[in-house]
Design a protein around this ligand. Structure first.
Ligand code: ARG
Length: 569
C-alpha cells in the first residue's frame, strides 16, 4: 500500500526533495503521513504549511476517486492520509493473491551476502552469548534471504591456536579416551582447566605445550590425529545442539584451513609496501585509521588470528564475490575487526564490498548480573536450553493435555526455543538483555509463545471453519467494515516494510516488534468480531479470509526469526 501511495504522491508533485512515508501511531493522525512538504519547503525556503496545503490538494485530486477518504495537513507541515475501506479491501485481495510469497522482496537479486556467526571454538562450551550470537546471525541470514539475496551461512570454527598444544599435553598426561567420547566438551574443557591449574606450579608445562603446538603446526602425525579427533568429537556435540535449535550452516571452514595461505598473504602485504619489521615481528601501521598497529607475524614466526582473518577474507572474496559480509561477533573483538577491515581497505581488494561487524549486547541473569550457576560458572547454552524445555513441557501439559506424547514434546520444543530466540531478538541488538523466564514464556506478553499462541488460535478457527464452510463462497471482502477489521488489514499491509526496516537497520528486533503489534491487533479484532459465531455466511467467509492472510503473515515472520509456528499449542 505504501508503494501505491508513494507512486500517487510522486505523480502528483514529484519527489526532488525526497520524502518518507510513515505509519501513524494513532488513526486520528491518519493511516500514513509524510514529511514531503517540510522537505520541499526547506529546499525552496518557503512556509511548509502553505506547501503542505497546496500539495495535499494536488495529491488528492490526482488519486483515483475511491482511494483517499481524507487528506489533511498538520503543523508544522505534515500531510496525513486516510485511505478508504475499498482501498484496503483491494490491498487485502492483493495480499491473498500473493499467498505465501507475500512480504518477500527481490532487492538482493544476484547479490551474495556471507553471514558469519557462532564461530564456535573447538573443545570449548557453547555459552549463552553464543546463543544470542547464533539467533542474531541466523535471523539476519533469513532476513537477507527473504529480501532476495543469496546467503552463505558460515560457522568460522575456532579450530587453531596455541590452546591445542595445551590440550594435547593435558590429554596425554591425564586424559581418558572413553570420557572424551562420552562427553566431549566438558571433558576437554576440564583438561584445559587442569592444565592451567597445574601450570601455575610447573613452568615447564607451558614450554611443553608450545613444543606440541609447534609439532602440530609442522604436521606431526600423532598430534594431527589428536587435534582431528578433538575437533570431530566437539563437532558432534555442536551439531547436536544446533540441530535442536534449528540452525544450520553452509560452511564450517575454520581458522586452521587458512594456515597454508598465511605466507602468501604476508608476502602480498609486503609487496604492496604495507608492512614493517618491528622487534623481529611484522606489523602494519594503521595510524591513518586511528588504530593501533596490526601484528601479522610474531617474532617467533608464529601465526596470528588477525592474519588468518585476512586470508579468510581474501578467500571469501575470491570464492563467493559477496556484496556484503556480516561478522556477527561480540563487542570484545571490535578492535580486531576494525584492524581487519582497515587492512582490507589498504589492500584495495573488494571495490564495493561492504564489511559489517554485527555486535550484540550481553545476556544477563534476572539479577542483572552475568548468568551463572551456583558454583559461579558461566551458564552453558545447553543448561539454558534444558531449563526452557523443562518449563515449556509443564506449560504444554497444562494447556493441552489432550495432545499425544510426541505432539507435546514437539510443541514444547517449539515453544521453548521460540521463547529463547524471541527474548534474544526482541531487544535492540546492542542492548544487554535480562533473562526473565516467566516473561519469556508468558503466553500473553511480548514473547515468542504469545505469537505462536496467536497463530495457533487462528489455525484452530480455520480448522473449525473447514467443517462448516466447506465450500467457501466467493470472497466478499467489502463486507469488512469494522474498524478492527480494517486495522488488521492495515497491520498486515505493513509486513513487507517491517522486513525492509529490519534489513536496512540490521535489526531483527524491528521484525519482532512488528509481529507483536500484529498479534495484538489480531487479538483485538478477534474479540470484537467473532468469526464462527457470525450468522452472515458471507461476512464469516470474508473474516476467514482476513484470518488466512493474518496467519500466513505471522507464520512467515516467525519463520524469518527462526521460530516454529505449531498448529496447536
Ligand atoms: N572463534 C572466535 C572466538 O570465539 C570468534 C571468531 C570471530 N570471527 C572472526 N572472523 N574473527 O573468539
Amino acid at each position: 500500500m505504501r508503494a501505491k501511495l508513494k507512486e500517487i504522491i510522486e505523480r502528483a508533485v514529484g519527489s526532488e526533495a525526497g520524502f518518507d512515508i510513515m505509519v501513524s501511531d494513532h488513526v486520528e493522525q491518519g493511516h500514513y503521513s509524510t514529511n514531503l512538504a517540510m522537505r520541499h519547503a526547506k529546499l525552496i525556503h518557503q512556509n511548509p504549511l502553505d506547501i503542505a496545503n497546496d500539495f495535499a490538494e494536488r495529491i488528492k485530486s490526482s488519486a483515483p476517486a475511491d482511494f483517499f477518504e481524507k487528506v489533511e495537513v498538520a503543523p508544522p507541515g505534515f500531510i496525513n492520509f486516510w485511505l478508504t475501506p475499498s482501498a484496503w479491501h483491494g490491498s487485502l485481495d492483493d495480499i491473498l493473491g500473493q499467498g505465501n510469497k507475500y512480504g518477500v522482496w527481490n532487492i538482493g537479486q544476484n547479490k551474495t551476502v556471507i553471514v558469519e556467526h557462532s564461530s564456535l571454538n573447538i573443545a570449548k562450551p557453547i555459552h549463552v552469548g553464543h546463543l544470542r550470537n547464533a539467533f542474531t546471525g541466523d535471523s539476519l541470514a533469513n532476513i537477507y534471504q527473504a529480501t532476495g539475496y543469496k546467503v552463505v551461512r558460515w560457522n568460522y570454527l575456532g579450530d587453531w591456536g596455541t590452546q591445542f598444544g595445551k590440550l594435547i599435553v593435558a590429554y596425554r598426561k591425564w586424559g581418558d579416551e572413553a570420557a572424551v567420547e562420552k562427553d566431549p566438551i566438558p571433558t576437554l574443557t576440564a583438561l584445559y582447566i587442569r592444565f592451567h591449574d597445574e601450570a601455575k606450579n610447573n613452568e615447564s608445562l607451558e614450554d611443553e605445550a608450545r613444543a606440541e603446538f609447534r609439532k602440530l603446526e609442522q604436521g606431526d602425525k600423532e598430534n594431527r590425529k589428536l587435534w582431528g579427533w578433538f575437533k570431530k568429537e566437539s563437532m558432534r556435540e555442536f551439531n547436536r545442539v544446533y540441530k535442536t535449535l534449528g540452525i544450520d550452516f553452509d560452511i564450517d571452514i575454520g581458522e586452521n584451513f587458512f594456515e597454508k595461505e598465511l605466507e602468501r598473504v604476508i608476502s602480498e602485504l609486503t609487496e604492496k609496501g604495507l608492512t614493517k619489521e618491528s622487534e623481529g615481528g611484522l606489523i602494519i601501521p594503521l595510524d591513518k585509521f586511528n588504530l593501533p598497529v596490526a601484528l601479522v607475524r610474531k617474532s617467533d614466526g608464529g601465526s596470528l588470528y588477525l592474519t588468518r582473518d585476512l586470508a579468510n577474507l581474501e578467500y571469501r572474496l575470491k570464492e563467493y564475490k559477496p556484496a556484503k559480509i556480516l561478522y556477527v561477533v561480540g563487542n570484545e573483538q571490535s578492535l580486531h575487526l576494525s584492524q581487519v577491515f582497515a587492512v582490507f581497505d589498504l589492500l584495495g581488494l573488494g571495490q564495493g564490498v561492504e564489511l559489517l561487524h554485527v555486535k550484540y549486547g550481553m545476556v544477563l541473569g534476572e539479577s542483572g548480573k552475568k548468568l551463572s550457576t551456583r558454583e559461579g560458572n558461566v551458564v552453558s547454552g545447553e543448561e539454558v536450553l534444558q531449563k526452557a524445555l523443562g518449563l515449556a513441557r509443564g506449560i504444554v501439559q497444562d494447556k493441552n493435555p489432550g495432545l499425544s506424547r510426541q505432539e507435546k514434546e514437539d510443541v514444547a520444543q517449539a515453544v521453548a526455543i521460540g521463547a529463547l530466540k524471541y527474548t534474544n531478538l526482541k531487544e535492540n541488538r546492542n542492548s544487554d538483555i535480562i533473562f526473565d523466564w516467566q516473561k519469556m514464556l508468558d503466553f500473553s506478553g511480548d514473547s515468542g509463545p504469545y505469537l505462536q499462541y496467536t497463530y495457533a488460535r487462528l489455525q484452530s478457527i480455520k480448522r473449525k471453519a473447514r467443517r462448516v464452510d466447506y465450500y467457501w463462497p466467493r470472497r466478499q471482502l467489502h463486507l469488512l467494515k469494522d474498524e478492527k477489521e480494517l486495522a488488521l488489514i492495515r497491520a498486515i499491509a505493513e509486513y513487507p516494510y517491517a522486513l525492509l526496516a529490519a534489513l536496512e537497520n540490521t535489526a531483527p528486533n524491528l521484525l519482532c516488534s512488528y509481529l507483536y503489534g500484529l498479534a495484538n491487533t489480531t487479538n483485538s479484532f478477534y474479540e470484537a468480531c467473532p468469526v464462527m459465531k457470525e450468522e452472515d455466511s458471507n461476512l464469516r467467509v470474508a473474516r476467514l479470509k482476513l484470518i488466512d492472510a493474518t496467519a500466513q503473515t505471522l507464520k512467515s515472520g516467525l519463520r524469518i526469526l527462526g521460530i516454529k509456528a505449531p498448529e496447536r499449542i
